[in-house]
Design a protein around this ligand. Structure first.
Ligand code: FE
Length: 338
């Protein structure tokens, strides 16, 4: 059995959805995640249940699309990345709550919405990458230390308003309060080697090039760079540092899933979410992107195992999501991107 793929772009035609309707034994997924990450999971689900999975892939615009489609939307599920984008879908009113004992048992409370509007399926850390040549092991151990003047001109990050950094700033507000978090962010901004630019991997490349000594980037990029011939040297120029191991742990974020309010195949959709939260899919899904399972006890991939265990911050992502607008305001107030 294979997954039927419907990839659409600007010139999306209505005919592409032929057969993409509410029939028995199928489920329609709108995915902001790439095909290679989710197709193996959907194949396994179809094999186990006989339920066909139809997928629309896009890099953005799916929430807007669901809104436009309204009550006639074929979408049952939205697969997304980062609590910021996931919460945006909830705020847009396109999601619906799911109550499921399976999901309550499999997914820790801090990685799912209190009201069941979204569920984390994989997790990743916001790590510090430190130059092997210029930063001694143990010289940087926490996010707080990124504001230490000793790092003046030595830190690289992407845009402050990117969802990954907004989430980190929101976590700092959650742990320290707005005023102290702002002093920290001003300190970090003062230590930047250059204007925020590029993506996460670009910051690690900048370490290799000697532009900076420290960078912020998600954990899975370490694996992605090591697996890429051109980028391996970038990763090998840096040590992956898990921040705040002596206290609250590394700041975590998720990829996740939401049920769509107008879902025509709701029962099948809930079955698919439950399947994705269980051991087999958890291992496959996390492994494919060098992420971590959300379900406790599921075996990690060999790649992330090699990086070692770590303490993860168990801050509720519901609470973090609620602080995003404060974080965006703060990033603007300190002129982080200027
Ligand atoms: Fe990413």
């Amino acid at each position: 059995m294979s997954v039927k793929k419907t990839v659409f772009g600007a010139a999306f035609a209505a005919t592409a959805l032929a057969g993409f309707s509410a029939q028995a034994q199928e489920v329609n997924v709108y995915s902001l995640r790439q095909p290679f990450l989710v197709e193996p999971l959907f194949d396994a689900f179809t094999e186990e249940t006989g339920i066909k999975v139809n997928v629309i892939f896009a890099e953005n615009g799916l929430v807007e699309r669901i809104k436009q489609e309204g009550a006639n939307s074929p979408a049952d599920l939205l697969l997304s990345v980062d609590i910021g984008r996931i919460q945006d879908a909830v705020d847009a009113g396109v999601t619906a709550p799911v109550q499921s004992d399976v999901l309550s048992a499999n997914i820790p409370t801090h990685l799912r919405d209190d009201n069941g509007q979204w569920f984390g399926l994989t997790q990743r850390g916001r790590a510090i990458y430190a130059s092997k040549e210029r930063v001694a092991p143990g010289e940087i151990t926490s996010y707080e230390e990124l504001a230490d003047p000793k790092w003046k001109g030595k830190i690289c990050t992407r845009s402050g308003t990117h969802v990954y950094n907004v989430a980190l700033v929101a976590s700092m507000i959650a742990h320290h309060g707005y005023e102290d978090a702002k002093i920290w962010l001003e300190g970090l901004k003062a230590n930047l080697a250059q204007k925020p630019q590029g993506n996460d991997r670009g910051q690690v490349k900048a370490i290799m090039e000697g532009v900076c000594d420290l960078a912020l980037a998600n954990t899975y990029y370490y694996g992605a760079m090591l697996a890429n011939e051109e980028q391996r040297a970038w990763a090998e120029s840096a040590n992956l540092v898990f921040p705040n191991q002596a206290d609250r742990g590394m700041s975590m974020n998720i990829s996740g899933v939401s049920l769509i309010a107008s879902a025509p195949n709701k029962d099948n959709a809930v079955k698919l979410i439950e399947f994705l939260s269980d051991d087999k899919a958890q291992h496959i899904y996390a492994d494919l992107n060098n992420e971590y399972p959300v379900k406790p006890g599921v075996e990690w991939s060999d790649t992330v195992k090699a990086w070692g265990e770590f303490k993860a911050d168990d801050l509720s992502l519901t609470q973090l999501a609620a602080l995003r607008s404060d974080a965006i305001r703060m990033i603007d107030e300190v002129g982080y991107n200027e």
